[in-house]
Design a protein around this ligand. Structure first.
Ligand code: HGY
Ligand code: MN
Ligand code: MN
Ligand code: MN
Length: 423
């Protein structure tokens, strides 16, 4: 077996940004109409993207299967099946009108690593698994990282009937509609003893790396997220016939709630908390009717779990006070509630060593976005490798990272896996 050092140099030199760009272009074409990329969780388009991934990996000679949760896993057996496996990958679904890199860059990197390692036909001690996770974005059902939560046993069958999209379609119904089997998601569970480590490449979705001119981000901590669904009920009535003091305007209440959330997060005592209202729907939505009902989302993110939940609780209480002061009522439901996760410091150290060996500058930083690595970290030590996002833009069509930057991150993941293989 070629010693890791010789293999490192030869294999790493063949990582090809052109092949990575071709994968990104192929996936970018699988989208609904409109600006940017729209390929939502558990839709036919997401499954088509998984089929493209599966076909490519089968073409490289890997063993490919899709689990009942919709995760597609390509496996390259190692010399010693008794050793814990190594893994890399990310997700293929997007937010509405997102960019084409969030998640997809990590899957393209996994495809390139599989290409390089199979071309080198170099023996590896451990089994390597390349993963496209299902339904990572919370945009459709509120809960994020669904496929990786199912392999980690954090989402169970009952959750699939509770979680629903804005059309009222449950996650279980959506999964069945695309040929998956929600009743068998227990079979998707990963066992800690099967694994040695997992390394995810992802775009930063912020502008720390660009502003510090760093090639790579090594993530130490991933934010938690408490996501609320807020329904305000007032009284829909005539905008001309109703004097101001007799109104129960649901949109005025919602507007006060939105600005309260923003003000609270900007308060120095909550430094580090991020509050966002990303979706807001007004009924009946007529120019001459006072809004009777407003439905909106709140996303509370934080690296401090106590502060995160304290802010969410405070907001729910304040929303109720505001609603009552306008003679309206409010219902607040918790859609998702994930804790911040500290990633393995030892594994992050291995990633830093790879950056140094490759002559790449890096910065250790927390992630404001949630990631599949956060869930996988409950099964096996996980690392998260960031590549820069141009001007920090993500979840928007302007999301961009150069193929060369993704190739550099791919080399870091490959170098780290090669060294972990020799553990
Ligand atoms: O919403 C997030 O943090 C991630 O993009 N799923
Ligand atoms: Mn993502
Ligand atoms: Mn995302
Ligand atoms: Mn992710």
């Amino acid at each position: 077996m070629t010693p890791p050092t010789a293999l490192d140099a030869a294999a790493l030199d063949t990582v090809d940004s052109g092949r990575i760009a071709a994968h990104l272009d192929r996936f970018a074409r699988l989208t609904e109409a409109g600006e940017g990329c729209t390929r939502l969780a558990y839709t036919p388009l997401e499954r088509e993207a998984h089929a493209v991934f599966a076909a490519h990996m089968s073409g490289l000679g890997l063993l490919v299967h899709t689990d009942p949760a919709g995760n597609t896993i390509a496996e390259l057996p190692g010399e010693d099946a008794a050793l814990g496996a190594l893994g890399t990958g990310s997700h293929l679904d997007t937010v509405p009108h997102g960019g084409g890199l969030d998640g997809i860059a990590g899957v393209a990197a996994a495809m390139e690593i599989a290409e390089v390692v199979t071309r080198r036909a170099s023996a590896r001690r451990r089994t390597w698994r390349f993963v496209a996770f299902a339904a990572e974005e919370g945009a459709r059902f509120g809960q994020a990282c669904n496929g990786s939560r199912m392999v980690a046993g954090l989402t169970v069958r009952a959750d699939l009937d509770r979680l629903a999209d804005c059309d009222g379609r449950t996650m279980a119904e959506a999964m069945s509609a695309v040929g998956l089997t929600p009743d068998r998601i227990d079979e998707a569970r990963w066992e800690p003893e099967d694994w040695h480590a997992f390394v995810e490449l992802h775009i930063e979705q912020g502008e720390v790396l660009q502003s510090r001119d760093a090639d790579i981000g090594v993530v130490d901590l991933i934010s938690g997220s408490t996501r609320l669904r807020v329904a305000v009920h007032g009284r829909a009535t005539h905008s001309g016939g109703t004097p101001m003091h007799l109104r129960h305007d649901a949109l005025v209440v919602a507007a006060e709630c939105v600005t309260l959330g923003d003000r609270l997060a900007r308060d120095a005592r909550h430094h580090g908390t991020r509050v966002t209202v990303g979706r807001l729907e007004v009924e009946p939505g007529s120019i001459t009717t006072i809004p009777g009902a407003v439905d909106f989302s709140v996303d509370v993110r934080d690296v401090d779990t106590v502060r995160q939940r304290d802010v969410a609780r405070r907001l729910a209480a304040e929303f109720d006070r505001i609603a009552r002061s306008h003679g309206t009522s409010v219902r607040v439901d918790v859609l998702a509630d994930t804790s911040p996760v500290l990633l393995s410091a030892a594994l992050a150290g291995r990633v830093r060593d790879s950056c140094a060996a490759l002559g790449l500058s890096y910065r250790v930083l927390p992630s404001g976005a949630s990631h599949d690595a956060q869930q996988v970290n409950r099964i096996t030590p996980a690392a998260l490798v960031f590549v820069p996002s141009r001007d920090g833009v993500s979840h928007a069509p302007q999301e961009y990272t150069t193929p060369a930057q993704i190739a550099a991150g791919t080399r870091v993941v490959l170098q780290t896996l090669l060294r972990l293989d020799a553990d």
